[in-house]
Design a protein. Structure first.
Length: 309
């Protein structure tokens, strides 16, 4: 009898426990929920979708249910369940991109609310950031959830969320696991949006600077991510980018796919290369022939001139 009494107390405590993260609150009462998604095993799609919605709407009272059959969904945003606007489990999977990747819930939500979210956080170039996020992150979450593995060969999707589901041998509730997943996904989202904003800005800086230069190189006073920018450069005469490195030197990067540093620069001992080029502050030569580093800007420019002889 004593065991039954304490067991009942534990059950009551578990029922009363509030599962909450920031402005997201899990509820068991359907009439109090303003957002609905599926229960059971959670995935990166529904977890990231919840985090994204929490950045647009002030209060998320979320209920996770097996189905919404015969339930009133008025004044509720339903996602990843119910075959509605933000679900992708119906016959046609609710649309796909031109590249063949079907939308999952986060893709559908990003398509509708993404620009509003970017406007709310005062993003300058909304269209470009919206496109970047979809191209570099959102569509790969979609591909993961739609089991389109052929699109994921060279891309890592944040499917770490699945690891937060309770393991068979641990005493963790589904709600506790979901809250833990939200915390990880929130941190990931905040880091990724910061990255996206920085990269889009860097692309604009590189394009502007390369358009302005009259040389076959462009000089930048700091390191910038450049790989996506060089794919859309209009000034095709630019073959090199020079960056002031965080290592207190100047990185000379060849961006012309057909071009490399000369054989004697790549293959010789660095001391011998310094004598050959008369560049005493040459710091590093990449074995692949695409990167060299010097201590001064003048030396970086001289190295380019030598390579173009």
């Amino acid at each position: 009898m004593k065991y039954i009494f304490y067991s009942n107390i534990i059950k009551v405590v578990n029922i009363m426990k509030v599962f909450k993260y920031k402005n997201i609150k899990l509820t068991k009462q359907y009439n109090k929920a303003n957002f609905v998604t599926h229960s059971g095993t959670f995935h990166v799609d529904d977890v990231i979708s919840t985090i994204f919605l929490s950045k647009i709407f002030k209060e998320i009272n979320l209920i996770r249910v097996p189905s919404i059959n015969n339930r009133n969904i008025d004044n509720k945003l339903v996602f990843d369940i119910g075959l509605g606007e933000f679900d992708h489990h119906q016959k046609n999977r609710n649309g796909k991109r031109e590249n063949g990747i079907y939308y999952s819930s986060i893709g559908l939500l990003w398509k509708k609310y993404g620009k509003k979210y970017l406007e709310n956080i005062n993003v300058k170039n909304i269209n470009k950031v919206h496109e970047y996020m979809d191209k570099e992150l959102i569509q790969y979450i979609d591909a993961t959830d739609n089991m389109q593995m052929e699109y994921l060969k060279s891309k890592t999707s944040p499917d770490f969320v699945k690891l937060c589901n309770p393991e068979w041998n641990e005493n963790v509730t589904e709600e506790e696991g979901f809250i833990h997943a939200l915390k990880l996904a929130d941190e990931f989202w905040n880091i990724y949006i910061k990255h996206a904003l920085a990269e889009v800005e860097a692309i604009e800086i590189i394009i502007k600077k390369t358009n302005e230069t009259r040389e076959n190189y462009a000089i930048f006073d700091r390191e910038l991510p450049y790989r996506k920018a060089i794919e859309i450069l209009k000034n095709k005469s630019v073959e090199y980018l020079i960056f002031k490195s965080r290592r207190n030197c100047y990185d000379i990067r060849i961006i012309d796919k057909k071009k490399k540093f000369k054989k004697e620069i790549i293959e010789n001992d660095i001391e011998e290369t310094r004598r050959l080029l008369n560049i005493n502050d040459l710091v590093y030569v990449d074995a692949h022939g695409k990167l060299c580093c010097t201590e001064t800007l003048d030396s970086a420019i001289n190295l380019i001139k030598y390579n173009n002889k």
